[in-house]
Ligand binder design. Sequence first.
Ligand code: PGA
Length: 343
Amino acid sequence: MSPANDGRHTFAGGADYLIRHATLRQLQLLEAIVRLGSFTRAAEELFLTQPTVSMQIKKLSETLGTPLFRHVGRTVEPTDAGREVYAACREILGTLTDLEVKLSDLKGLKRGRLRLGVVTTAKYVAPEILGAFCKQYPGIEVSLRVTNREHILERLMAHDDDLYVSGQPRDDNEQIESIPFAPNPLVVVARADHPLAAEREVPMQRLADENLILREPGSGIRDAVLKWFNESGLEPRVRMQLGSNEAIKHAIVGGLGISVLSLHSLRLESAGGGLALLDVQGFPIMRRWHLVHWRGRELSLVARTFRDFAVDYEPEIEVRLAKAETAFEQMRERLRQGEAAGR
Ligand code: PGA
């Protein structure tokens, strides 16, 4: 008896019904909804409207003859069948991603795709590095996802992108490879007319007297700032929380308080854009970015090439930082001289 007619299903025969009636897009949607816990977030991630997502999941559920989600209060949860489909989706989509990597490696660096996820502090340099990279390898299509540390770690766990730029890695996961990359100093930022702007070595305790603007929960900067306060034995006076570095800079200029930001987020304004750096003891908090990816999953040729390219780019980033530092230092000096003359 030949293997094709030994009475068991052949591979195609076994999956024939699903192959005819379900689509890969539907599986991708289901995977995103379960992972993100919401139809809306899945629709956003995949650039679809929510009605489209609901319609596709309804069709998939009809095809499989069983409900895939149930509503619990305002959230959705997968049913037991939904969980089974989710587990299978992860395997299918993972296999397809590996296939994409292999096929793209066969094409070399002439064509290919790079999906990069970066924390918000790195958005000030990542587009520039990507620009230089694409100039050298014009056939490569790139996508850049910018979000806070917590969401980047979620994307890492879900294998959503090829490579990540994030803050300090989690040292408890041996599966994750992380290469230290450029410095990411966190500095105290105030409005240019702040009374401490001309001071040197401001004592730490003074920070606790200021209204502090914090980033949202999930932000790496927020965690670093709260850790700093905790280790200094000080209680921060949190005035407000904002979800973006840009919004925080506007809030500082608007007189709502001071904040701690990455020096990278300031370099474009340079000193004179209404902001000043405060020279507080214990600052800057010296952090580094890391280039992060899974050890177990092979990096594509494109991603490997970009990783090396980014590491080589580091000296340019350092020069930029040094210029920003000097500009703010000169500004402080001008303020000091102005104060001395006014005395
Ligand atoms: P985030 O970035 O505050 O946007 O999470 C922080 C970082 O540089 O680690």
